[in-house]
Design a protein around this ligand. Structure first.
Ligand SMILES: Cc1cc2nc3c(=O)[nH]c(=O)nc-3n(C[C@H](O)[C@H](O)[C@H](O)COP(=O)(O)OP(=O)(O)OC[C@H]3O[C@@H](n4cnc5c(N)ncnc54)[C@H](O)[C@@H]3O)c2cc1C
Length: 307
C-alpha cells in the first residue's frame, strides 16, 4: 500500500514533538514516526529503585565510541522522547552562545543566526512548555521581549533559607526556569502535585511539561496527523526529500552510515565494530573486538571489561 505525506517527522521528543505541534494545524498530511511506544503509566514511574537502579525504562542498547569502546548511551525510546524523564529546566541560550566560542577542546563556530532571530520563538516555546520563573533575577539572563509566562515556583523552605543567605552575602540566587503544570494559588487548576519525583522520573500526573503531554497529545487531535509508534526509521539507503514551495523545487539528498553493519573492514584490514546495536544490559565499559564470522558471513563481537 502506498501512503503519501507532505511531512514526515522522525521522533516525538523535544524536537519532533514540538515540530508536530506547530505543523499540525497547517492541514498538511503529517506522519510522526516514533521508534518506541507510550511509556507505561504504572507505580514504578515514581520508584527510584526501578527507575535508576534497575534502569527499567532505559534501552539496553549500547553504542561504540571512535576507539571501539562500548558505552550505554542512556537512551529512552518512548513517545515524548527524553523529555518524559528530563528535569524540565528550560534555559534560553545566552547571546554569546551564538558567537564563536573557545572551549578547552576546540572552537565552536558562530551560528548563522543570532539570539535576536530566535527570541520570538523562545517566547512562544516558553508558553507552550509552561515555563515558570522570575524575570530579571538571573544576572546572566539574555534580554527578553516579555516576562516569563508563569510565576516562579516557590522554593522549598530549606532552599529559601539558602537563597536568603546567599543574597545577604551579595550573591544572586535565582529561580530556575521550569516547565511545569503547577498553579500555587489554585492547585485544582493544574496537574502537578509537587511531589519529590521530578528530574529523571516520568510524571504520573502529567504535571511535567514534556513533549508528549504538551505537544504530541494535542497534535493528535488534528486528523491530518498520524502517529506511528514502534515505527523505527532506518535510513540505510540514501534518502531523498523534495521540498516544494511556489515557484521552486529543491531536492535534498542525505546519506547515512548504516547503524549496525554485520561486518566491515578498515583500509588497514581491521574490522570496525558496529556503531550501534541492541544487547543485554552492560554493567561496565567494555572493549569490543571481532571474534569470528558466522555461516551467514556476519561478524560476531566479543566484549571484555576495560582495564
Ligand atoms: C534524565 C534527564 C534529564 C534532563 N534534564 C534536562 C533539563 O532539565 N533541561 C533540558 O533542557 N534538557 C534536559 N535533558 C535533555 C533533554 O531531554 C534532551 O536534550 C531533549 O529531549 C532532546 O530532544 P530531541 O528531540 O533531540 O531528542 P529526544 O527527546 O530524545 O527525542 C528523540 C525521539 O526520537 C525517537 N527515535 C530515535 N531514533 C529513532 C528512529 N530511528 N526512528 C524513529 N524514532 C526514533 C526516540 O524514541 C525519541 O522519542 C535531560 C535528559 C535526561 C535523560
Amino acid at each position: 500500500m502506498s501512503e503519501h505525506y507532505d511531512v514526515i517527522i522522525i521522533g516525538t521528543g523535544a524536537g519532533g514533538g514540538t515540530l508536530a505541534h506547530r505543523l499540525a494545524p497547517s492541514g498538511k498530511r503529517i506522519l510522526l514516526l516514533e521508534r518506541g511506544g507510550y511509556l507505561p503509566r504504572e507505580p514504578e514511574n515514581w520508584d527510584s529503585r526501578e527507575v535508576f537502579r534497575k534502569e527499567r525504562y532505559l534501552s539496553d542498547e549500547y553504542w561504540f565510541d571512535k576507539d571501539g569502546v562500548a558505552y550505554k548511551p542512556h537512551q529512552q525510546y518512548f513517545v515524548g522522547g527524553n523529555t518524559k524523564f528530563y528535569g524540565a529546566i528550560l534555559f534560553r541560550l545566552r547571546e554569546r552562545d551564538f558567537e564563536e566560542v573557545e572551549h578547552y577542546g576546540g572552537t565552536s563556530p558562530a551560528w548563522p543566526i543570532s539570539y535576536a532571530d530566535l527570541e520570538p520563538y523562545y517566547a512562544e516555546a516558553e508558553k507552550l512548555y509552561l515555563v515558570h520563573s522570575q524575570t530579571g533575577e538571573d544576572p546572566t539572563e539574555p534580554w527578553r521581549s516579555g516576562p516569563f509566562p508563569y510565576p516562579a515556583v516557590s522554593h522549598e523552605p530549606r532552599i529559601q533559607q539558602l537563597a536568603d543567605d546567599f543574597a545577604r552575602t551579595g550573591h544572586h540566587p535565582f529561580h530556575l526556569p521550569v516547565g511545569i503544570d503547577l498553579n500555587e494559588t489554585d492547585p485544582e487548576a493544574a496537574r502537578c502535585v509537587r511531589c519529590d519525583r521530578f528530574d529523571g522520573f516520568p510524571c504520573l500526573t502529567d504535571g511535567k511539561a514534556d513533549a508528549h503531554v504538551r505537544c504530541v497529545r494535542p497534535a493528535l487531535e488534528h486528523d491530518n496527523l498520524t502517529l506511528r509508534t514502534h515505527g523505527r526509521s532506518s535510513a540505510s539507503r540514501p534518502m531523498r526529500a523534495v521540498a516544494r514551495s511556489p515557484g521552486s523545487t529543491s531536492a535534498i539528498a542525505a546519506r547515512r552510515r548504516p547503524t549496525a553493519p554485520t561486518s566491515s573492514s578498515s583500509p588497514a584490514g581491521q574490522r570496525t565494530p558496529p556503531r550501534c546495536c541492541s544487547g543485554p544490559p552492560m554493567t561496565g565499559i567494555r572493549r569490543v573486538s571481532p571474534t569470528h564470522r558466522t555461516s551467514s558471513g556476519a561478524t560476531t563481537w566479543r566484549t571484555s571489561t576495560r582495564a
